[in-house]
Design a protein around this ligand. Structure first.
Ligand code: PGA
Length: 260
């Protein structure tokens, strides 16, 4: 098994002071642990510098990630943040195509592909989200939906580009609902995504690609999810907002790696 990767997606939460406290608490809790598990924190843009200041230090326990970027390169797009700006601030990762962006901001696979291209051009690693709605799962369309999302947003990439991408499978019905996908459902979808990558880019690329699970992943269920062969870690929303919960999820990653 590869070392696990745990990403905290804070969404639109926390005041400046609370953000600062959370970053410091996570840094302190992880400091002496010598972890194999990699950690990325994705706060709102306005707090990014708090994070990049620490992330650039030698004893930093995490990398800085953003939650979104513009599909445009630069120019008259009031309120937007470009991939180039993120890169210039030392941000190394960026979530793209989260289901909340698809639902509330009308993002489609085409927009997401544009964002991915710009992130890669600026050496920022895209964390690309995919996942089906509840109705789609009930109708047995979940694999078809995820296949289309992945093909349309990612499969135009050259192998040298695709190898820098992280995928996050987040069933929409599990996000923020407390209803987690079962380990078996998760493993099934992750194995399916890996098989798509294998067909397109070969076995080595399929093995090396990190595929994270997201959707009500918490301190209690993380070990069972991370134990699945094709689950390389988690994209954590609600449970990343409290240092103790988030650190327990990171520790779950360590437990699984030590036992395997
Ligand atoms: P959740 O969110 O952990 O609160 O379900 C995950 C996500 O949306 O990335």
């Amino acid at each position: 098994m590869k070392p696990k990767l745990v990403v905290g997606n804070w969404k639109m939460n926390k005041s400046f002071d609370d953000a600062q406290d959370l970053i410091i608490d996570i840094q302190d809790a992880l400091k002496d642990k010598k972890l194999q598990t990699e950690v990325i924190l994705c706060p709102p843009f306005v707090y990014m510098e708090l994070l990049t200041d620490i992330a650039e230090e030698e004893d930093s326990q995490f990398y800085a990630g953003a939650q979104n970027c513009s599909e445009h390169e630069s120019g008259a797009y009031t309120g937007e943040i470009s991939a180039e700006m993120l890169a210039s601030m030392g941000v190394e990762f960026c979530i793209v195509g989260h289901s909340e962006r698809r639902k509330y901001f009308g993002e489609d696979n085409h927009t997401i592909a544009q964002k991915i291209n710009l992130l890669l051009k600026n050496d920022v690693v895209p964390i690309v989200c995919c996942g089906e709605q509840l109705e789609e799962r009930k109708n047995g369309q979940h694999t078809e939906v995820v296949k289309k999302q992945i093909e349309e947003s990612l499969f135009h990439l050259k192998p040298s580009e695709f190898e820098r991408v992280i995928i996050a499978y987040e069933p929409v019905w599990a996000i923020g609902t407390g209803e987690t996908a079962t380990p078996a459902q998760t493993q099934e979808m992750h194995a399916f995504i890996r098989s798509l990558i294998e067909k397109k880019y070969g076995t080595e690329m399929a093995y090396n690609t990190y595929i994270l699970y997201g959707g009500s992943c918490n301190a209690k269920n993380a070990v069972d999810l991370f134990m699945q062969q094709d689950v390389d870690g988690g994209l954590i929303g609600g449970a990343s907002l409290k240092a103790a919960d988030f650190v327990s999820i990171i520790e779950a990653g360590e437990t699984v790696i030590k036992d395997n």
